[in-house]
Design a protein around this ligand. Sequence first.
Ligand SMILES: Cc1ncc(COP(=O)(O)O)c(C=O)c1O
Length: 406
Amino acid sequence: MADFAHAFARRTRLRGGDELTTILAGSPPGVLSMTGGFPNPATFPTDEVDEIAARLVREDAAVALQYTPCEGIASVREYLIERQEQVQGRRPERAELIVTSGGMECIALMCQALIDPGDTIAVEAPSYLGALMAFGGAEAEVIGIATDDDGLRVDVLAERLAAGLRPKFLYTIPEYQNPTGRTLPLDRRRELVGLCRRHGVLIFEDVAYRELPFDGASLPSLWSLAPDIALQAGTFSKSLFPGVRLGWATGPPEVVAELSAAKQNTDQCAGGLGQRLLEEYGRAGGFERHLPAARALYASRWAALSAALKHHMPEGVDWTEPTGGFLTWLTLPDGLDTRAMRPAATAAGVAYVPGPPFHVGDSGRNTLRLSFSRLTETELETAVDRLAGVVRGALEQRASSRAHPV
Ligand SMILES: Cc1ncc(COP(=O)(O)O)c(C=O)c1O
């Protein structure tokens, strides 16, 4: 058989492991999965989608089933412009917004449009593994900036910039961050935009979970605070559904124009049916009708997970306290390795994502990410009980290997 290994591009070796493939493949039967940031199917507005999709095919096939302009269908962009004004308090100009095929595509477009091999990109440490893989594949030098309970340490970024760091952009997820679930407070948002303005650093703001605060309240987005230096990637994957790959990019016109041009080399345009469906759904008030119930569902799931963690986890295990989104981040006692624990977890019937793929390099071995979006409250309790058993097993193993070193 022919061997094509020599033909594969360098980036195939640079983009990182297969963790995303593992997440998207799902867990085996019997395993309670807390892996992917998947929305709960109970939040999918199936009746409305059924009615709108049928109507579009019947009455608007020439647009909905056709190719669309790279930057999106004009009426859809107009709707998204209005929606930005409604939910983020600032109305982008037409040249400041395009439709994308979801958040991940915007990350890919940013790589195409801005990253030359060897360029420096700054990210939160830890950060979204899909973005880290994309930046690695684009041959960027990715620099992790420390975070704390309030997200990005803007003071640390300031020190790095003062010391000469010159990133092409800073990639940040200001609310309910992936993987930590943390949110950047308002004072740090203001400091961050001031700092980046002074140094001429583009902020790449990923707002994937922004519309899912547990209590319905949101802080101003970085883009709304500084549209001149912030490029925002949004997605409808979490607030509507990911089955239609759809999102937006909004920011400085010259950056948006480059992203739109780069789209010629990805999918050329987001699917017309999904675009029109989103527009019809949104204009009919779908988000206002359905988001409150979705927020309440995720809030109740977090309450159940939080209670289960408090009840079951052994001493020395810490976790973050998200105020929205799907994710919490666990730190286990030193010396535990969440990748090495995974077979025991699968055998016990529970799945999580180990921490290292969210880090530049190989740190975070004693960390892991849990998603609470998809399991029921009872399942979350069982899943945490199982996970706590695995952690206790690893702690016992660590104690006995310390007592009897080989
Ligand atoms: C922070 C973040 N950005 C982007 C994405 C990808 O979004 P999309 O499904 O719209 O490509 C995700 C998905 O999990 C995410 O968590």
